[in-house]
Design a protein around this ligand. Structure first.
Ligand SMILES: Cc1cc2nc3c(=O)[nH]c(=O)nc-3n(C[C@H](O)[C@H](O)[C@H](O)COP(=O)(O)OP(=O)(O)OC[C@H]3O[C@@H](n4cnc5c(N)ncnc54)[C@H](O)[C@@H]3O)c2cc1C
Length: 345
């Protein structure tokens, strides 16, 4: 690991002031479950490591006072608004009973990540900003597109865990965050702090398909940080379903997160988001349309699953993921609607 200077600021403003305006020279340190690996592998070689552990207000979950209004509608909105600090651990997200009641897609996704050690250290902000798992990117000696090279080695190489929605992408990584599809399905937004102050980014707009060393898997500037994520409890049915190698410790092969209103047995305002199949979380518009206005049954959920595969262009070794998407979407929809889990008998 390259030597670095360690900082432990007390406020988010001090942390941001220590960041540089281009990537590579300074890194925020949350739980360290990704950053320390990257440093040990010489993929990240920052001069400054800025720990977030001294910034108390980044940890924990609050039910928000966000509208600033005292009328009944404002109070109701406050009661249903959840603000989750960026340093909140994955273990907390997985286990908090009130969160589980409103946002099972999020708590299930958090509970499926790694093992207890990773969940105890890993944080919400770190999960959203973690680097991709492409083995060419993670190999110190491979000079791929994301490390200043001129080639994505996965396109014609070992690509069984890579993207299947590949159209228009020079680099075929998959976004590694399993919280991301759940948060996008739940219409969450992130509060971000930079040198010019705060801004709010919808999670649906937070991710980016990188194609060079000057870019990351998200849209933050190098001198910005995530402060919190905001969710609104709207009584949505929601779920996340992952297809994995047995009960492994590893990232899922594919994931589907769904959220919808369910009134009179009709699914409305359906959002279906796929994980681990594209360089960014993939919003499956055709799948949502296929089930919009319908009762969620095995037949309609199956049809939505098939529709979710629209536009897939798999690589030489990962066509198997196309079938898995259909399964994940079907099971996520049935789970959210409270149907019997026939696959668990
Ligand atoms: C064996 C194993 C299995 C795993 N399985 C999964 C899985 O199935 N699904 C999944 O989603 N993840 C998985 N992970 C990854 C894990 O979830 C991440 O490593 C973890 O969430 C990162 O959080 P952290 O706090 O440790 O981040 P760190 O390692 O501290 O930071 C990661 C990156 O995020 C940046 N960062 C941290 N906090 C902020 C912030 N507030 N604002 C801006 N940037 C920030 C850092 O600068 C760094 O670049 C797995 C990891 C391991 C080791």
């Amino acid at each position: 690991m390259k030597n670095f200077t360690y900082y432990r600021p007390k406020t988010a403003e001090q942390a941001v002031a220590l960041l540089d305006d281009k990537w590579g020279t300074a890194e925020l340190l949350a739980g360290g479950t990704d950053l320390l690996d990257l440093q040990k592998e010489y993929i990240a070689q920052p001069d400054k490591v800025i720990s977030l552990s001294g910034i108390e207000r980044l940890a924990g979950v609050g039910v928000g006072h966000i509208t600033g209004r005292d009328d009944a509608a404002g109070k109701e909105a406050d009661k249903n608004t959840w603000i989750i600090g960026a340093r909140t651990t994955l273990a907390f997200l997985a286990e908090e009973p009130n969160l589980r009641q409103h946002f099972p897609a999020l708590t299930t996704a958090a509970g499926d990540i790694g093992g207890p050690q990773i969940r105890n250290m890993g944080t919400l902000g770190g999960n959203l900003c973690q680097r991709n798992r492409c083995w060419y990117f993670r190999d110190e000696h491979t000079h791929c597109l994301l490390k200043g090279g001129d080639k994505c080695f996965a396109i014609d190489g070992e690509n069984r865990y890579h993207a299947i929605f590949t159209q228009g992408h020079q680099c075929v990584i998959v976004n590694p965050s399993t919280l991301a599809p759940a948060l996008i399905a739940l219409d969450a937004s992130a509060e971000v702090l930079g040198p010019k102050g705060k801004r709010t980014i919808k999670l649906a707009d937070f991710f980016h398909a990188p194609g060079s060393a000057r870019e990351r898997e998200h849209v933050l500037a190098a001198n910005e940080m995530v402060l919190s994520v905001t969710l609104h409890a709207k009584g949505l049915k929601n779920a996340s379903y992952e297809v994995r190698h047995k009960q492994s410790y590893d990232w899922p092969l594919v994931q589907a997160a769904v959220a919808f209103k369910y009134e009179d047995k009709k699914a409305r305002d359906v959002r279906i988001v796929l994980g681990h199949v594209a360089p960014t979380p993939h919003i499956a518009v055709a799948a949502a349309k296929a089930i919009e206005g319908k009762e969620v049954t095995e037949a309609t959920a199956s049809a939505a699953g098939e529709a979710a595969t629209e536009g897939a262009m798999p690589l030489s070794q990962n066509a198997y993921k196309v079938k898995l998407i259909a399964v994940a979407v079907k099971r996520a929809l049935l789970t959210a609607a409270g149907q019997k889990k026939y696959w668990e008998v």
